[in-house]
Design a protein around this ligand. Structure first.
Ligand code: GDP
Ligand code: MG
Length: 453
């Protein structure tokens, strides 16, 4: 999704992150590059301009420039603004009775497919959707909706194949609905290659009659800026309440997605992410912003880490690690940090590139618990001087922690190996840098996030 744009943005930000100190010049240059990338992705010119200037203003702030990780912070600012541009909070459907949803859009945008996708989704939520075929322009459209409806087992109203009056069809459908025990009606309508007056008039009449509280504009995300103009026209004519962006699974450049919300002022409510009926998602601006930046949920991770530890503690820990004073007391504290961060799976899932591969990784939370139990069974003195832990002590610790001698030996061996490794300061810093954590180290994790076992 948005591969080209993602690659470009990733490149710019990697560059920013890699620099310890940032000047206003650095930021200006980076923002110019980002603006070009946005324009290439066919984002509306004024949207791109306003967006960049708001990011730049915040990024130039003293707080950012003087912080330990300016590059990181700018990425976060950018990402937050991007999510804002895409629509901030999620927008739910208005489904108070009589719940009616009118689907509008150009030919091929995905109206009929999306009608069925939406019906399936509502059904899964426990509602009882009804589909109505109001595309009388192309007879095959009625068959298409009928087939899809059967596939998801949702009642569908189909008019006579030669009926041309859409209001008549709508009236018949409302009458039919009285016998159907449904709770929400979805009306699939006709489109055109381009907006024309006949289409607009038909939709105006239909909406005047139906008074649907939801009018969803279905827009193909591959159409770029043009989609935004279309959205404006539809909105003027029938007053759209939200947008469904389809074909986000394809090679869309991103322009439509990024401009749509801010130009129309209407929320993007759903996205189509494939041809299958189940390929449909609630549109979550945050998530798309993250995907667009190819960063997994790094922001969430940084935020969580900041919540869990304060920077001073993290620095102290990094110093102790580097000067080889790190002992089991520190280790215990680290485990506490990790617990605040949540289960290992969640942490790993937030790392860029790991999310997708997570299925293959078997994170052993049980092992972590066992290790903690062993450390807790040591006396404070033993924790600060692990080298005094002799055979007798080991036996006691094993018994106290409900583990066995082998497991205790293993942990002690790994710990002493880790300490040896930490002696090498250069290596340590290198690892931290790899994590993109500058000089502070990843709070709470030894070795800049790499677990020693
Ligand atoms: N890949 C992909 N194809 C889609 C998506 N939504 C619709 N399509 C395809 O786009 C084509 C046009 O869809 P259709 O619902 O008939 O559009 P309509 O003319 O607006 O009713 C069909 O081949 C659909 O399978 C989507 O989210 N992803
Ligand atoms: Mg159709």
């Amino acid at each position: 999704m948005f591969n080209q744009l993602s690659d470009k943005l990733e490149g710019v930000f990697k560059n920013l992150r890699g620099q310890g100190k940032l000047s206003e010049r650095n930021i200006k240059d980076a923002m110019t590059e980002v603006r070009l990338a946005l324009l290439e992705a066919d984002v509306d010119y004024s949207v791109a301009r306003d967006f960049i200037s708001s990011v730049r203003d915040e990024a130039m702030g003293e707080k950012v420039l003087k912080s330990v990780t300016p590059g990181q912070q700018i990425v976060k600012i950018f990402r937050d603004k991007l999510a804002e541009l895409l629509g901030g909070d999620q927008a739910p459907l208005e489904l108070t009775p009589p719940a009616r949803i009118l689907m509008v859009g150009l030919n091929g945008a995905g109206k009929t497919t999306t009608s069925a996708k939406l019906a399936l989704r509502l059904k899964k939520e426990g509602r009882r959707p009804l589909l109505v075929a109001c595309d009388l322009f192309r007879p095959a459209a009625i068959d298409q909706l009928e087939t899809l409806a059967r596939e998801i087992d949702v009642p569908v109203f189909t008019p006579d194949r030669d009926e041309k009056n859409v209001i008549k069809v709508a009236k018949q459908a409302l009458k039919w609905a009285e016998t159907q025990n449904g709770t929400v009606m979805i009306f699939d309508t006709a489109g055109r290659q381009e907006i024309d007056d006949a289409l607009i008039r038909e939709l105006e009449d239909l909406q005047k009659f139906l008074q649907a509280k939801e009018v969803l504009l279905v827009a193909d995300s591959a159409t770029g800026q043009q989609a935004v103009n279309v959205a404006k026209r539809f909105d003027e004519a029938v007053g759209i309440s939200g947008i469904v962006l389809t074909k986000l699974d394809g090679d869309a450049r991103g322009g439509a997605a990024l401009s749509m919300r801010s130009v129309t002022g209407k929320p993007i409510k759903f996205s189509g992410v494939g041809e299958k009926i189940a390929d449909f998602e609630a549109f979550v601006p945050d998530r798309l912003a993250d995907r667009m930046l190819g960063m997994g949920d790094v922001v969430g991770l940084v935020e969580k880490a900041a919540e869990a530890v304060d920077e001073k503690d993290a620095m102290k820990m990094a110093e102790r690690l580097a000067s080889n004073q790190f002992d089991f007391n520190d280790f215990l504290q680290q485990m506490k940090f990790m617990k605040k961060l949540g289960p290992m799976e969640n942490i790993l899932g937030m790392l860029p590139g790991v999310g997708k591969k997570l299925k293959d990784i078997n994170v052993d939370d049980g092992k972590m618990k066992r290790i903690e139990a062993i450390v807790l069974s040591m006396t404070p003195y033993e924790r600060s001087r692990p080298e005094i832990i002799n055979a007798k002590r080991r036996k006691r610790i094993a018994a106290g922690s409900g583990t066995n001698l082998t497991q205790v030996n293993q942990l002690l061996k790994q710990f002493s190996m880790m300490r040896k490794m930490m002696k090498n300061k250069g290596k340590m810093k290198g690892m931290m840098k790899q994590m993109g954590m500058g000089g502070g180290g990843f709070p709470g994790l030894p070795g800049g996030g790499k677990l020693p076992f």
